[in-house]
Design a binder for this molecule. Structure first.
Ligand code: SF4
Length: 349
């Protein structure tokens, strides 16, 4: 359940009368509203970078996304991965992960929901119809947690029935939240996957500020499985803290013990990575952080990752833990180089 109570709501003037805007306002009746022309021009003041982020995340913006409602996501050269589509349903979120790349991505950090749902659904349908019988994968959660505002916007109640009509397409909703109430009111179909980022509790405590605990995420995943949904397990970012192996091993054993393995669609593994532009924000906001203390090296896409032999060892060891529990779950790497994939693929098969 979401307990979001923003201090202030910014509303673009052109969407004031939208039914989704009115629905959100009816759920947040006592919040101060400011009417604006364009969500991209919102500026939040603060005496430190951290103040600006914290204050921004206490607000909510309601806006219309103009163009780019569904974007093709291709990995950059030198990084392996399939072409997928991501649904642009919002920017930023109210949670505050220390490693979040969005901190250096947008001009402001105000969580923003795009409420032109009809246009979003039409853009998705256009891609689905053009794809015909070809298998396609869509996901929501790239630039905003997929479910963080779902209790306010109800977008999942529109997306899931749409994808239920297109069994060749998969919809993945990526989240760290427990905002699953809408999902429980709609029957899950085989092509819908609700994926959680699962992190050992000491990582949640250290870096995933304001997020639900590991235990709460697992309970939400159990509940959506019982409602007929598949779940995905994202170990991304894997953070190599002290005693990381025993922490990840214990978490995986608990996850595979409690979740129905037949309804785990995949496990995806991705080491912590960052663009140099993010380090300034991380250091300014968290001067004592240990997040950047590992042995990081620049990679072909400009991002810094743990030194390659360290990543290979970590993926292999995590893969081995999972393979000792089950051979029935598909594992893959997220945003990795072919060299790393070649070094670990036998351990993940
Ligand atoms: S949940 Fe995702 S989008 Fe939200 S702060 Fe964390 S990493 Fe960023």
């Amino acid at each position: 359940m979401n307990t979001l109570q923003p201090k202030k709501i910014f509303i673009e003037k052109e969407v004031v009368n939208s039914s989704v805007t009115q629905q959100i306002l009816s759920k947040l009746p006592d919040v101060t509203v400011e009417y604006i022309d364009d969500y991209r021009s919102i500026r939040i003041e603060g005496s430190t970078t951290d103040d600006v982020f914290k204050e921004s995340k206490e607000c909510l913006a309601i806006a219309r996304k103009k163009g780019g409602l569904v974007k093709e996501f291709r990995c950059r050269d030198g990084i392996i991965g399939n072409t997928e589509y991501f649904i642009s349903h919002g920017n930023n979120c109210n949670l505050d992960c220390e490693y979040c790349f969005l901190q250096s991505y947008f001009d402001n950090a105000v969580p923003t929901v795009f409420i032109n749902h009809d246009e979003i659904l039409t853009a998705i349908k256009d891609v689905l119809l053009a794809a015909g019988d070809k298998k396609t994968v869509f996901h929501a959660g790239e630039l905003c947690d997929a479910l963080a505002f779902d209790d306010l916007t109800g977008l999942s109640r529109k997306l899931i029935p749409l994808f239920s009509e297109y069994p060749n397409a998969r919809l993945e909703l990526r989240t760290k939240t427990t905002t699953i109430e809408n999902l429980l009111t709609i029957p899950g179909t085989n092509n819908i996957v609700i994926s959680w980022t699962f992190s050992p509790q000491l990582i949640v405590d250290a870096y995933e500020h304001k997020t639900p605990s590991l235990e709460k995420r697992v309970r939400a995943a159990e509940e959506v499985q019982r409602a007929g949904y598949n779940v995905g397990i994202c170990l991304d970012p894997i953070i190599l803290c002290e005693d990381w192996f025993n922490n990840y091993k214990a978490m995986l054993e608990m996850l595979f013990d409690r979740l129905d393995i037949a309804r785990i669609k995949f496990v995806s593994l991705g080491g912590f990575r960052y663009l140099p532009s993010l380090t300034r924000v991380i250091k300014e906001r968290n001067p004592k952080t240990s997040l950047l203390l590992g042995e990081f090296v620049p990679c072909v896409d400009g991002k810094y990752r743990y030194f390659r032999p360290i990543r290979v060892k970590a993926y292999r060891e995590i893969g081995k833990v999972i393979r000792e529990i089950t051979r029935d779950v598909k594992m893959s790497l997220c945003m990795e180089t072919p060299e790393v994939w070649n070094g670990v693929k036998d351990a993940l098969r």
